[in-house]
Write a protein that binds this ligand. Sequence first.
Ligand SMILES: Nc1nc2c(c(=O)[nH]1)N[C@H]1C(S)=C(S)[C@@H](COP(=O)(O)O)O[C@H]1N2
Ligand SMILES: [Mo]
Length: 206
Amino acid sequence: MTEPPISRGFRSRKPQTEQRDRVPPGQYLTTDFPVLSAGPTPSISVDNWSFALQLGGSLLAKWNWTEFQALPQTDLKTDIHCVTKWSKLDTQWRGVSFDTLLEAAGLSEAPTEYTMLHCDGGYTTNVPVADLKDGMGMVATQYDGLPLAPSHGGPARMLVPHLYFWKSAKWVRRLRFIEKDEAGFWESLGYHIYGDPWREQRYTGD
Ligand SMILES: Nc1nc2c(c(=O)[nH]1)N[C@H]1C(S)=C(S)[C@@H](COP(=O)(O)O)O[C@H]1N2
Ligand SMILES: [Mo]
């Protein structure tokens, strides 16, 4: 026997509404994980991988892969939103939070209010410290319980999920503290300097 439609509709309505509320304006939901890169996927061995914090041009701290893996790890389940209009819910990540990196570097607070992220291959993107601290940003090394695939930024990528996904720099190698906000790669090509998906800040002037 089929159930009365009213009961079936009633039961499915709540989760659907909840999902819809999590999709920013102009975005659609996807269950795949599209790959979007401005250049080729670099092949990076963890044996010569390192991650550095810099203040301008000077080194504050640096970890090799083994040291990085020994830092306290954070699990994060979150939604992600690409400016090409796909959003993906409940993605599962593991890595080292920005807060943990600061602490491990012996810093009680960030030395400036802005950062530039630098990647293998030359990609850059700017993110304010306020959008990294208090658990908002991390360097992720695992996706869905597995080492991050090279195409998705492996061995390590930035994850700043509340901003458009171009801010989540793949193959990230350096976080450089800067005094004033500066445009990174896409930002200098017309993408919004901040990139809040809930305010549809896709392009300069949005
Ligand atoms: N180094 C690097 N990071 C990058 C990019 C890139 O081209 N190079 N593309 C950005 C863009 S535009 C998006 S939408 C996401 C895509 O991540 P994905 O390929 O894992 O979906 O990575 C971001 N990080
Ligand atoms: Mo993107």
